[in-house]
Design a protein. Structure first.
Length: 365
């Protein structure tokens, strides 16, 4: 690596790290003050608070990486531009592509780091912070209002597949239940459908039950209809409560396995999970899109010597908000089936990335 490459990378990395630290600090302070009443009221210990925010930190790091890359790119390239260092580099025979190449490679490294963190660290951190918040910090707030969780699906104990249309987490009531019991080869043995289930006396009482028995995945006889019964399943309301954010708790491999396991229930059930899977893959590369958007504004921002950099920052932030808006819209369209799952997750990347590359190509060389 040449000296000039190390210099350009250092000019970018330091502001990036400053932004990460500042955003994490502000996020922790904001969250702490938002939960201070509950922490004091429930006498949450210092050890629990520290565990919660230790798990909270990698989640924030992943979330703020794109905006940190954007601001660091604007600052570092804008500074080189203001001090005429870009002109000196171009006079030495370096093209614009050669100048920004170290930044692009550094950003790709950041994207890969975020991807690995999102896969290996964030799922467990999300689960830890979620359980600490629900069981320690907000434990007295659960009964204030009904918490309705929709379209829950997860793999339970003894190789059971659960799909619940609606779960009232405050009253421990489930509506629209379908349970698939499978053998060790994942072949369907029994299917249970129920209109309602309530948690009573440490057991689930089901109402409006239809039981279908299978052999070699072929239905045997007529379904058994039961008005009311208690089924021996080990899952408790706490297990179903964790499913509220279960997608955030899963690695990509686990998410793929879940989609495969529930594919027999139809595309409507797994479509949302497919969109989320592709979004998890695409999210780390938002940082690269943020850099591509920021580069032309850092190079050609209005009056960079007289404060025009603030205008560039404002414009980039507005473009970033538009990027987020397009992303959320395309994800909704994907979940509703109007767009393919993969395309809905990558649509905004393609549009804004292409626009950024065109703007870079049009920048003065």
């Amino acid at each position: 690596m040449k000296i000039i490459d190390r210099y350009i990378i250092r000019e970018f990395v330091l502001p990036f790290l400053y932004c990460i630290v500042i955003f994490i600090f502000l996020s922790i302070i904001t969250d702490l003050f938002g939960h201070l009443d509950e922490i004091l009221k429930n006498e949450v210990g210092l050890h629990t608070v520290l565990r919660y925010y230790l798990a909270f930190t990698p989640i924030v790091f992943v979330q703020v990486s794109p905006i940190s890359v954007l601001l660091a790119t604007l600052y570092s390239l804008g500074r080189l531009n203001r001090h005429n260092e870009l002109i000196a580099l171009k006079s030495a025979g370096l093209s614009l592509v050669r100048v920004i190449a170290p930044l692009i490679f550094t950003c790709i490294f950041i994207c890969l780091t975020v991807f690995l963190a999102n896969e290996k660290i964030v799922p467990q951190a999300t689960l830890t912070s979620y359980l600490l918040k629900e069981e320690k910090i907000n434990k007295d707030n659960k009964k204030k209002a009904d918490r309705l969780l929709f379209n829950l699906g997860f793999i339970g104990k003894d190789n059971r597949l659960f799909y619940i249309s609606c779960f009232n987490a405050s009253r421990n009531i489930m509506d629209g239940i379908e349970i698939h019991e499978q053998d060790e080869n994942n072949q369907l043995k029994r299917k249970i459908k129920a209109s309602l289930a309530t948690w009573e006396g440490g057991k689930w009482k089901f109402r409006g039950v239809n039981i279908y028995n299978y052999h070699d995945e072929n239905l045997i006889g007529e379904p058994e209809t039961i008005t009311e019964t208690v089924l021996d399943i080990p899952e408790t309301p706490r297990d179903f409560l964790k499913v509220e954010k279960e997608l955030d708790f899963l690695s990509l491999t686990e998410l793929k396995e879940k989609i495969k396991a529930f594919s027999s229930l139809g595309d409507e059930v797994v479509r949302t999970w497919k969109v989320f899977l592709h979004y998890r893959v695409s999210f780390p590369f938002m940082s690269l899109i943020a850099m591509i958007i920021a580069i032309p504004f850092a190079l050609t921002g209005p009056n960079v010597r007289s404060g025009g950099v603030f205008t560039s920052v404002g414009v980039c932030i507005m473009i970033s908000l538009a990027f987020i808006g397009v992303t959320q819209t395309s994800l909704v369209l994907g979940k509703q089936g109007f767009l393919p799952p993969a395309f809905s997750a990558w649509f905004s990347h393609i549009i804004f990335g292409t626009a950024g590359i065109i703007m870079i190509a049009m920048s003065p060389r």
